[in-house]
Design a protein around this ligand. Structure first.
Ligand code: NIG
Ligand code: FE
Length: 415
């Protein structure tokens, strides 16, 4: 179906040439077109412009015209960091947290990631697929059109492969653009307690070769942080993945100045994520690199953690991306609109900055900036139409209202 949208109150995030990312002071700029039209042909953005210059399309009989009557159109969110394949929820740990236990204390007691690993072991591929599919439908309704999904609740070769096969099935059966990340180094499984280096050897010698041979992962991740995996272990894993041309996306500096940012940048990671602990040295290291600093405001909010110095990073000239970290332990929500609100409220980012961070920059952080993340001729028609709102600032402002009326993915309406 080819579609011509007319009377768009504001067409947000328009580009004539696709940008790699938006950095520093440019993050405050959000190119928009007022009173616009947008033409979608064969699932791609074909053209757009002001209504005053609307070409005559009356000869095109397959064209469906949609009058949006002043509503806004934005490119779909790209959520570059999630763990949305999981078995069961962890609300009892949430209660423990309310009572004062820290994330690390819960993890030490066999809760946390190991709790999810236990449950995942018992779940079938079909059960995992169905529950993840429900989450995918939910986030699509929230305006997400592309999502990265990690393994990391398997922690054995068989169970990691099981998770990655579920992600593969989601790639094949849903209209979202999906990237898969292998996160065997998410936690040390109980069977390897006290033998962490042996578990790292298993990841390097068995898991990565098998994952790569079956082409199940686009990226590799390591939880490089205090109490989890060390810098030398992270190096070893990144080097093993590099042999198969698999780039890193690192969980870094969430719990401490872990060196995760430095090791990620040194190995050409596509992104380093979390970043609660970032100082001058980390910023210096990121400047001039090809690595996207990615903030996960949902996890910091849910765990009551210190906030990443987003403003300091942008002032230094860095780009910043936002992602949901959707997972059962530290961020049980994949609502990117709410993530933008947290970006504004807790990190003092402006609406322009959070929209850039959740579209163009997060597209880069999952390697799809050439095809997604903005309204640009030739890019995939992944977008949403808002309800009647006064402007894009209203999206993060009205932080619990669902303001998304219709969603288009690959040029087709999915809601
Ligand atoms: O990104 N930090 C590490 N991993 C996840 C938490 C996963 C969990 O608690 O299940 C995160 O926050
Ligand atoms: Fe995460």
């Amino acid at each position: 179906m080819d579609v011509l949208f007319v009377n768009i109150g504001k067409l947000v995030q328009v580009e004539n040439e696709p940008k790699k990312w938006v950095a520093g002071g440019d993050m405050a700029k959000l190119p928009c077109l007022e009173n616009a039209y947008l033409l979608v042909v064969d699932g791609l953005i074909k053209d757009f412009g002001p209504m005053s210059q609307l070409p005559d399309f009356s000869q095109k009989d397959s064209l469906v015209e949609v009058d949006v009557e002043g509503r806004l159109i934005l490119p779909s969110f790209c959520d570059s960091h999630t763990h949305l394949v999981y078995a069961g929820s962890r609300e009892m740990e949430y209660v423990d947290k309310i009572k004062g236990l820290s994330y690390e204390e819960i993890a030490k007691r066999g809760g946390g990631i190991l709790n999810s690993a236990k449950r995942l072991h018992l779940a079938t591929e079909e059960e995992l697929y169905q529950s993840a599919l429900n989450r995918i439908h939910e986030i699509a309704g929230f305006g997400t059109g592309a999502v990265e999904i990690k393994s990391g609740y398997g922690l054995t070769t068989a169970n990691e492969i099981k998770m990655l096969r579920v992600i593969k099935q989601l790639k094949e059966t849903t209209p979202l653009e999906i990237k898969a990340t292998f996160l065997g180094a998410h936690a040390v499984p109980l069977e390897f307690k006290g033998r962490q280096s042996e578990y790292v050897n298993l990841i390097v010698n068995e898991m990565i070769p098998q994952v790569a041979t079956e082409k199940l992962a686009d990226y590799v991740d390591v939880f490089c942080d205090k109490g989890f995996f060390t810098v030398p272990e992270t190096e070893k894993i990144l080097a093993a993945a590099a042999k198969y041309d698999i780039r890193g996306k690192i969980h870094a500096n969430e719990l401490a100045f872990s060196g995760g940012i430095q090791v990620g940048v040194a190995h050409g990671a596509l992104s380093v994520d979390h970043l609660e602990f970032v100082g001058d040295e980390e910023i210096k290291c990121l400047l001039g690199s090809e690595t996207m600093p990615t903030i996960l405001p949902g996890a910091a909010f849910f765990l009551n953690m210190p906030y990443s110095p987003a403003r300091k990073m942008m002032q230094a000239g860095l780009p910043v991306a936002l992602a949901s970290d959707f997972n059962p332990g530290s961020s049980p929500s994949g609502n990117m609109k709410f993530i933008m609100s947290l970006g504004c409220i807790n990190y003092r980012m402006t609406p322009e900055e959070v929209i850039n961070a959740a579209t163009i920059n997060s597209a880069y952080a999952m390697g799809i900036q050439k095809t997604h993340g903005s309204i640009c001729r030739g890019k995939v028609a992944n977008l949403y139409i808002t309800t009647r709102i006064p402007g894009y600032e209203f999206l993060p402002y009205a932080y619990t209202s669902n303001l998304i009326e219709r969603v288009m993915l690959n040029g087709e309406f999915v809601s």
